[in-house]
Design a protein around this ligand. Structure first.
Ligand SMILES: *Cc1c(COP(=O)(O)O)cnc(C)c1O
Length: 381
């Protein structure tokens, strides 16, 4: 694991603390989630929900996870055997890869990728086969369909797909998902989907969020992963889950039981409450993030950045070329000193670093006044 060093988030957040800069690097909200959820957690702490919960997660939470997927995506999962609770989406992804891959198996993923993916693939002794997402002329990020076809081979074990996608803010379209689904079936491979931003595809995206598991033939070979962290603004809770056919879920649970065994006893009933909140919560949450995206995008555009479309997630990516920048890493290391803002260079999320050399990611999951402050600082630099 030596090659993995320290994550960029640790480096940039430490830089923010040291320089007193506004941190738009790491994607954590600066407000708390729904009060009903917080109250339920406090109540659970006080009423004896403080010991090891059941390995697959408490029944109330598994039932709520299943009901939520039925309600929003028309996907039916049996809470007993087709749903497990994990220590965040991060653990679900790691346990799925460790449970499903043998050493030497290949995992197709899209770069730039969430940084735990490469590490989890390496822990399994598997090999990543990245397909590069590139900004298309004036439009959103896209991949070359032939590059995706070429990434599949006799050793491919699974496709790891994140949509809405961090760090690009891309929402995969139905056509793109259809190609991925066809290739999975042609090559007999599984799909593991990271859908932690399932409620954050913005209304002006080219496509709504479509779970890969809803495409023909895909439910039987897809493990769907999500988490409370992003949807309910509680990234420190680390309550995630995985749903899918019983064999894929069992393989994931087999690993999870030796990674953490169980997690978050008093938080599990609270997340069950949150999942049951009315549609108005989810709509309000998306509208609020979309407003703050617009606010940050306007400010970054004013400040001279090349702003790429953000169709979903907590993030927008920018090109620093119009500002005379040639290297995002260098740009981000000096940005706090130059104007008191922290951002993240996306080149660290590529195997082909040149593809992301001049791209920089900003988070907008922050209070309006924090974004306004950051924008003022960027404009004056
Ligand atoms: C934030 C994030 C995660 C981590 O989710 P946890 O539930 O905190 O483990 C996983 N995947 C992506 C793409 C993320 O942005």
């Amino acid at each position: 694991m030596r090659a993995f060093g320290t994550t960029i988030f640790a480096e940039m957040s430490a830089l923010a603390v040291r320089t007193g800069a506004v941190n738009l690097g790491q994607g954590f909200p600066d407000t708390d989630g729904p009060p009903e959820m917080l109250e339920a957690a406090a109540e659970a702490l006080r009423t004896g929900h403080n010991q090891y919960p059941p390995g697959p997660g408490i029944p109330a939470l598994r039932a709520a996870i299943a009901a939520h997927q039925q309600r929003f995506w028309d996907l039916a999962y049996d809470p007993d055997g087709e749903v497990i609770v994990t220590a965040g989406a991060t653990e679900a992804v790691a346990a799925a890869i460790l449970g499903l891959c043998e050493p030497g198996d290949e995992v197709v993923c899209f770069e730039p990728y969430y940084d735990s993916y490469a590490a989890s693939i390496a822990l399994a002794g598997a090999v990543r086969r990245p397909v590069t997402l590139r900004p298309s002329a004036g439009g959103s990020y896209a991949f070359d369909p032939d590059a995706l076809r070429a990434a599949f081979g006799p050793r491919t074990r699974l496709v790891l797909l994140n949509s809405p996608h961090n760090p690009t803010g891309k929402v995969f379209t139905r056509d793109e998902l259809t190609l991925i689904a066809e290739l999975c079936q042609e090559h007999g491979v599984y799909a593991v989907t990271d859908e932690v931003y399932e409620h954050l595809a913005f209304t002006d995206a080219a496509a709504p969020h479509i779970p890969l598991a809803t495409l023909p033939g895909m439910r039987a070979r897809t493990l769907r992963i999500s988490s409370a962290g992003k949807t309910f603004s509680c990234t420190g809770w680390k309550i995630g889950w995985a749903s899918g056919p019983a064999d894929l879920v069992a393989a994931t649970l087999r690993v999870k039981q030796f990674l953490t065994f169980v997690n978050g006893a008093p938080l599990q009933p609270a997340v069950a409450v949150a999942l049951g909140l009315p549609d108005s919560y989810y709509e309000g949450f998306r509208a609020s993030l979309q407003e703050r995206r617009d606010q940050l995008v306007a400010g970054l555009t004013d400040a001279g950045f090349g702003v790429l479309p953000s169709e979903g997630t907590y993030f927008v990516t920018t090109d620093i070329t119009p500002l005379g920048g040639t290297d995002g890493m260098e740009f981000c290391r000096t940005l706090p000193e130059r104007c008191g803002v922290v951002a993240v260079p996306t080149q660290v999320f590529y195997d082909d670093a040149d593809a992301g050399r001049t791209l920089v990611r900003f988070a907008f999951c922050k209070r309006e006044e924090v974004i306004a402050d950051a924008v003022d600082r960027l404009r004056q630099s």
